[in-house]
Design a protein around this ligand. Structure first.
Ligand code: ZN
Length: 247
C-alpha cells in the first residue's frame, strides 16, 4: 500500500457502519469533490447473516454508490477487537498512509462493544501516529509521523452530546441506497434473505425506520428534512462568525 493522501478517512468497525452512521455526510463530501476513504476494521465474519464474501461484495457496491476513493479492510477479528499494540499499529499505518485532514470514528460508548474498542484504538493510534519514535513501514519504506487535524465521532446506536449536525437532505436517498447494498444485513423488500435468514437487531424492517426517524429528528432540530449528528473530540473553533453566515 503506497501513500494515498485523502481529505477524509472514516474508520468503521464493521462493513456497513460507515454507511449507517455517516453515509449521507460521505455522499455530500464526495459530491463536493472531496476524497473519502473508508477503512473497515473487521470483515464482519461474526455477523448472523451473510458470509465474508457476500459482505465484501456488498461493501464494494456501497463504495461505488458513495463514490469512495478507496476502501480497505484491516482484518481484525470480529467480536474480539483487542486494544493492543498490533491493532493500534494497523490504524497508525492506515492514518500515515492516507494522511486524512479529518478522521471520523465511532463514539466512546455504544451497544456493540466492538464499536467502543475501535474508538479507544483510534484515539491511541492518532496520538501515537504523530510520534516520530513510533516507527512503521509500508513496503519497506519508513512512514512519516502524521496526525489528522480533527477527530469527529459519528453516532451509532447510543446517543452522545452532539456538537453539530450535517444537513443530508439531498443525500438521504443515496445513503439508503448504500445501506441497501448490504442486502444480507438489512430488510430488503422481496429479497430471499428477508424470509430465510436469522433475524437480527438490524435486519428487522423497523431498523431502517429507526435510521430514517433519527435522521428526520436530527433534521428537524436544524430546520431541514434529514441530518446526521457528530461530536468533535477536541473543542471546535470558528475562524469567524462569517462561517455561520454561509450555513
Ligand atoms: Zn458495527
Amino acid at each position: 500500500m503506497e501513500e494515498r493522501k485523502t481529505d477524509v478517512l472514516v474508520i468503521a468497525t464493521h462493513p456497513d457502519d460507515g454507511e449507517l452512521c455517516c453515509g449521507g455526510t460521505i455522499a455530500k463530501l464526495t459530491g463536493e469533490g472531496r476524497s473519502v476513504v473508508v477503512a473497515d476494521c473487521t470483515r464482519g465474519e461474526l455477523g448472523s447473516r451473510g458470509t465474508v464474501e457476500t459482505r465484501r461484495q456488498e461493501a464494494d457496491r456501497a463504495s461505488a454508490v458513495l463514490n469512495l476513493s478507496e476502501r480497505v479492510n484491516l482484518g481484525m477479528p470480529d467480536g474480539n477487537i483487542k486494544v493492543d499494540e498490533d491493532n493500534v499499529r494497523k490504524i497508525i499505518k492506515t492514518i500515515r498512509m492516507f494522511k486524512p485532514t479529518l478522521l471520523l470514528l465511532p463514539g466512546p460508548s455504544d451497544r456493540h462493544t466492538d464499536h467502543e474498542d475501535v474508538h479507544s484504538l483510534v484515539r491511541k493510534a492518532v496520538f501515537q501516529s504523530g510520534l516520530p519514535k513510533i516507527v512503521t513501514e509500508e513496503n519497506g519504506s519508513r512512514q512519516e509521523p502524521f496526525r489528522p487535524q480533527r477527530l469527529l465521532c459519528y453516532m451509532q446506536t447510543y446517543e452522545f452530546p452532539v456538537d453539530f449536525y450535517v444537513n443530508i437532505t439531498d443525500e438521504f436517498p443515496r445513503k439508503l441506497e448504500a445501506i441497501r447494498a448490504y442486502s444480507t444485513q438489512f430488510h430488503v423488500e422481496n429479497h430471499e434473505q428477508a424470509t430465510e435468514a436469522y433475524e437480527t437487531f438490524i435486519s428487522r424492517p423497523e431498523f431502517l425506520d429507526f435510521i430514517e426517524a433519527r435522521a428526520r429528528y436530527f433534521g428537524a432540530k436544524i430546520g431541514v428534512r434529514y441530518a446526521e449528528a457528530f461530536a468533535s473530540v477536541e473543542p471546535l473553533g470558528l475562524k469567524s462568525l462569517s462561517v455561520l453566515l454561509e450555513i
